[in-house]
Design a protein around this ligand. Sequence first.
Ligand SMILES: Cc1ncc(COP(=O)(O)O)c(C=O)c1O
Length: 413
Amino acid sequence: MPDDVLWGYEHFINPSLARTYRFMGLDHAEVTGEGALVVDDEGQSYLDLAGGYGVFAQGYRHPRIIAAAHQQLDQMPLSSRVLVSPPQVALAERLASLTPGDLTYSFFCNSGTEAVEAALKIARGSTGRRTIVATTGAFHGKTYGALSVSGRELYQAPFLPLVPDIRHVPYGDLTALAREMSEEVAAVIVEPIQGEGGIVVPPDEYLPGVRALCDQFGAAMIADEVQTGMGHTGWLFAVEYSQVVPDLLCLAKALGGGVMPIGAVVGRPWVWRIFDENPLIHTSTFGGNPLAARVALEALNVTVEERLPERARELGDWLISELRALRERYPEVLASVRGRGLMIGLEFHQAGFAGMVMAELFQRHILAVYTLNNERVIRLLPPLVVERAQLEEALMAFDQSLAAVNAVKDELA
Ligand SMILES: Cc1ncc(COP(=O)(O)O)c(C=O)c1O
């Protein structure tokens, strides 16, 4: 069966992607999943340390989330968009109560990139300004606006020209940001921890500093929590660690509970004035549909009631220290281990080392992937329901994989 599936990728989806899967030995087809495990067509289980790139915070097929989906599916999956829709309101209310400060209003869409598009439009529209300041290494998505504020040329070059009036400054650098600030700046967009940039944790004063500069110049602060949101960092929203309230908070990925695609941008009242004159100034046909909204509400409730952020913090502190101990054993392979909670990056001295560790882990039935804007970093974003015993097994697999790379590192270099 995997050969058929790869053949299908080759002929009907993306031939080059099919070659990449083959090259990496990823020739097994997924069939189902449960908790932190994915199961293939031969019944073999894999521990998913990549967590679907952050989608499966609550695990695969969480029973409560699946039940909510079934119930809404039987009742009313999509909205007439003429009558008002109760599940959308219930989700928006819950987001208003769980997000920090006076983040109050929600706009719903279907993905992370759409949440970023909405935030950029709301920021420009509500300030009447054009300039957006973003950071190098950032990843915000691949539609035009989100791509324009992302910070890697590789994904931009074939598609020029991008959205104008975007400036990039180094991530984590408040002095550089201050130099770009003026009364022409509509917004500063940042990830609280850069995900695809290589799990880059900024200095503690960074987010409060971004907030202060936005306040000083009347710009909106956009926190892109598409990857950091929903508990992975040890907080429901990563901005809580810094006690910062952004003007716009973007969510997607794990908001859908590993069951439905959904994106959201939550905003403070002053930016929502963009909708005053025309409530339909920005819309999405499927955004906030009842099925996705009901599932997202259950995903939020599960995350809070099962104390998944706290679990991420405890397991993460322990896992990071164990991985750092491995770094001591293989210092010529593994350069650093960093992160917060269960959002962890392992930086290798060379991209080839990261690639080989991924392949070695896969042989040991562990899924881990590198970050899009930094191929030297393997990122761990496991389901937060992962068992400590599963992580202990993963550590053994890491040890063996690092040893294998260590043995051939001179040939790989
Ligand atoms: C921080 C961040 N923003 C936006 C996106 C884009 O999300 P999507 O792929 O759902 O469009 C991602 C995806 O990885 C992300 O990590």
